[in-house]
Design a protein around this ligand. Structure first.
Ligand SMILES: Cc1ncc(COP(=O)(O)O)c(C=O)c1O
Length: 389
């Protein structure tokens, strides 16, 4: 039995995934709904993380602290050993999350009214963060090729040419689980350089590579253009630590780093909670075996869903190369999204993410999170079938 088979009761723990469904899905009662939506895992974090936090708790002193050099070194080592990417320790700027980091970057390095480009479908805050920071969002859809989505570089260049100031890249891609090739990434850099566009590369899913896929950090293949890139990463998606809130930016350009530091200071949110660097350090120094086992487990969960649901008439599920998210294509069924969600919630008692949350291009898709025990995945599959029957 795998550690990931252990049942996990998260109801009544203020879990967003398990306890916020009434609000998110406008339901009177969600007590019988199985949540396979928001991207966290129904797994205990690595034992080493829990132990490190325990050790800290036992001191019972929670005064001000700073981020240790050990924590920074563990980031440098992790990126080097996991992704073959050598960074300078000085280039790391810690934040409470990738989304707060994104807001800081837009504030520091773009102006109100500036155009920000995103490739759709994509993780919803890519639209919302620029919009709520008074930037104009321009979308350029990914296009379908052999059952997967790829860049249309002609359209991408036309979009960049509309005086775009920043591009937000999802590398690897949420919701599709696509792992971009070095060639694709180099072309993104080349075109952004041509139009002098800043690139925010969100690589929070980088560690979640399946079946031998290899993540390429954008900055690693950017050559002379490295200074136009700000990479955002975190151990939170990888090790299920989202509620602990820690992420970091890698900023090689000193000037941009100073501008970012000024914005962070001005925000008044300069420091992290004391638990965050401890969890990060334990995860990065001792979490590798846990992660390696997790990835095998998740891959099998995905295979199960594809074997059971991918064969249903009108349903297509290409296997993601990364993430624990499955992007289910039901367009051939011709069912309207509202109707599909109603069936899933009211008949199947199953909460998935509706595709249009990721942009209009997501119409006819659902996102399913399978970072849970195989027993729950089986239950989810049965509920999905019931909803469609
Ligand atoms: C692509 C992507 N970026 C960022 C986040 C959230 O990052 P954080 O919790 O560090 O703000 C998520 C969470 O699902 C994500 O999928």
């Amino acid at each position: 039995m795998s550690i990931f088979d252990q049942p996990m009761n998260r109801r009544h723990t203020n879990s967003f995934k398990w306890d916020a469904m009434e609000k998110v899905y406008s339901l009177k009662d969600a007590s019988d709904i199985l949540p396979m939506w928001v991207a966290d895992m129904d797994f205990a974090a690595p034992e080493a993380v829990t132990q490190a936090l325990h050790n800290y708790l036992e001191q019972s002193v929670f005064g001000y602290s700073f981020i240790s050099d050990d924590a920074k070194d563990s980031v440098v080592d992790w990126l080097h050993t996991r992704h073959g990417w050598q960074i300078e320790k000085e280039s790391i700027l810690f934040r409470q999350g990738v989304i707060p980091a994104m807001a800081n970057i837009l504030t520091a390095l773009t102006k109100p009214g500036d155009k920000v480009l995103v490739s759709t479908p994509v993780y919803p805050p890519f639209f919302n963060v620029p919009k709520t920071n008074d930037r104009e969002v321009i979308t350029c859809p990914l296009v379908e090729e052999n059952g997967t989505f790829v860049y249309d570089f002609e359209a991408f260049e036309q979009a960049l040419a509309q005086d775009v100031k920043a591009y937000i890249l999802c590398n690897p891609h949420n919701p599709g689980g696509y792992v971009w090739s070095e060639e694709t990434l180099k072309e993104i850099v080349r075109l952004c350089a041509k139009y002098d566009v800043l690139i925010i590369s969100d690589e929070i899913h980088a560690d979640l590579m399946l079946d031998g896929a290899v993540h390429t950090p954008l900055a690693k293949v950017a050559g002379d253009e490295i200074d136009r890139i700000i990479t955002c990463m975190a151990p939170t998606k990888t090790f299920n630590l989202a509620g602990i809130q820690i992420a970091y930016m890698i900023v090689s350009d000193k000037k941009k780093r100073a501008q970012l530091e000024a914005v962070i200071t001005a925000s008044g949110h300069g420091s992290l909670n004391n638990f965050a660097p401890i969890a990060l350090h334990a995860a990065y120094t001792e979490g590798k075996p846990w992660l390696d086992e997790l990835l095998v487990y998740v891959s099998k969960n995905i295979d199960y869903v594809i074997a059971e649901l991918g064969q249903l008439p009108g349903i297509h599920i290409p296997k993601p190369q990364g993430t624990y998210l499955i992007w289910i294509d039901y367009r051939e069924l011709g069912i309207d999204e509202k109707d599909m969600m109603k069936r899933l919630l009211e008949v199947g008692h199953l909460a998935l993410e509706p595709g249009t949350k990721y942009g209009v291009e997501g119409n006819g898709f659902l996102r399913m999170n399978v970072a849970c025990s195989l027993d729950l995945v089986k239950e989810g599959v049965a509920r999905f079938k019931k909803a469609l029957a």
